[in-house]
Design a protein around this ligand. Sequence first.
Ligand SMILES: NC(=O)C1=CN([C@@H]2O[C@H](COP(=O)(O)OP(=O)(O)OC[C@H]3O[C@@H](n4cnc5c(N)ncnc54)[C@H](OP(=O)(O)O)[C@@H]3O)[C@@H](O)[C@H]2O)C=CC1
Ligand SMILES: O=C(O)C(=O)Cc1ccc(O)cc1
Length: 406
Amino acid sequence: MLMLVQLRVHACDRLDKYESLKEEFEGRKNVQIFPNGHLVSRSSDYIIYSVEAEAIDKVVSLYGPSTKQGAIVGGQTSCKAPEIAAFKKHLPDDVDIVSCHSLHGPNVDPRGQPLVLIKHRASQESFDLVERILSCFGSKHVYLSAEQHDRITADTQAATHAAFLSMGTAWRANNQFPWEINRYVGGIENVKINVTLRIYSNKWHVYAGLAILNPWAKEQIRQYAQSVTELYKLMLGGHREELAQRIRTAGAAVFKPGTGDEDLLLRDEVLDRFSLGKVPEKRMPNNHLSLLAMVDCWWKLGIVPYDHMICSTPLFRLWLGVTEYLYRKPDLLEEVIRVSVEDDTFRSDDLEFTFAARGWSECVSFGNFASYQDRFEQIQKYFAPRFPEATRVGNEMIKTILERTR
Ligand SMILES: NC(=O)C1=CN([C@@H]2O[C@H](COP(=O)(O)OP(=O)(O)OC[C@H]3O[C@@H](n4cnc5c(N)ncnc54)[C@H](OP(=O)(O)O)[C@@H]3O)[C@@H](O)[C@H]2O)C=CC1
Ligand SMILES: O=C(O)C(=O)Cc1ccc(O)cc1
């Protein structure tokens, strides 16, 4: 929880973290650490709740009633429906509500990245103050309602994260570190590996919150799992014509002529630089089930991902970049279709990937945070020894690609 009084910042964590947080900010004259949210709330003019989405109702119910008269309150959780509901339920009526959401994760330069601002219940003066305070990030401000925010972020984040979570689950199930296997090194594979490790090195609650609490996310994650399953069955059955037609129909719906942002095109030469392993001389073809299913899912849900660029995260832009790379290269797509039915090198990987996508979808549909945490942390533990290196390479990759696609 964080807030500003004129140019002073008042902040707190949980009571048991009070001493360590105080120590961390020792000597910072404009930052004052308090033992709890009551003390922060009663002394601040603008209050940001930056807590786990699952906990927002409980935390606002505790400290909301202590909000200073006439203050402005907002939150930074990734799903706004529960956040706004908590504010409406627990904040006094004389308090304005302006929420925000930075659409990027840790270690990303906030300059130029989208920052959503939600003027839910506020005077123009309050809104302008929030905007001035947050302008220090240098982000691109996007003005949305809470409902528009949840709709768009579900479209960009839900199935994207499901794809990467499923890749990590499948690699672990097959006891693989993909950068150690020739067929998984280089080009598109580097994006898959670096982004998957990036997600698993983050906190589980960030992904659980936006998948479980966003009303639109469940349906999208379910469709992603269904697309994976149906495409895999077509591959297994050797139904080449049906598979090719489905892939092309989905591609035509998503990548309409003229909808592609030229800047997004990613090239192997760039991507090859960001490998955790040694790039082999000869690249082994892959059927890219995870990418085919993504485009199939967008098509089935009627999502045109380019419509959401204004409100997209770096990982979404990377993911869209690699799908576009595949679908806009007819030779590569042709090879993918051929490999899908003729080459069984990937059958067992794809089987585990299919199970994983279905497993994540079920987990999200049950809405159980504890089982999400358990699944996530088991896989996190498996990859943990490689996080320092993966984070370094992944940060470099994201920085380079974002600079090129700015
Ligand atoms: N990380 C990311 O990539 C992004 C995260 N977000 C969202 O921002 C929010 C914060 O995320 P992030 O900073 O990564 O997560 P963290 O887990 O680092 O921060 C949440 C903090 O809130 C504290 N907290 C929980 N309850 C209380 C309480 N009663 N009083 C005071 N502090 C409390 C937690 O303490 P404790 O650890 O002891 O539980 C923790 O330190 C989340 O809603 C997340 O979904 C949005 C965009 C990107
Ligand atoms: O870029 C992504 O999708 C991330 O994984 C980082 C992230 C996570 C949660 C958010 O609400 C916003 C960004």
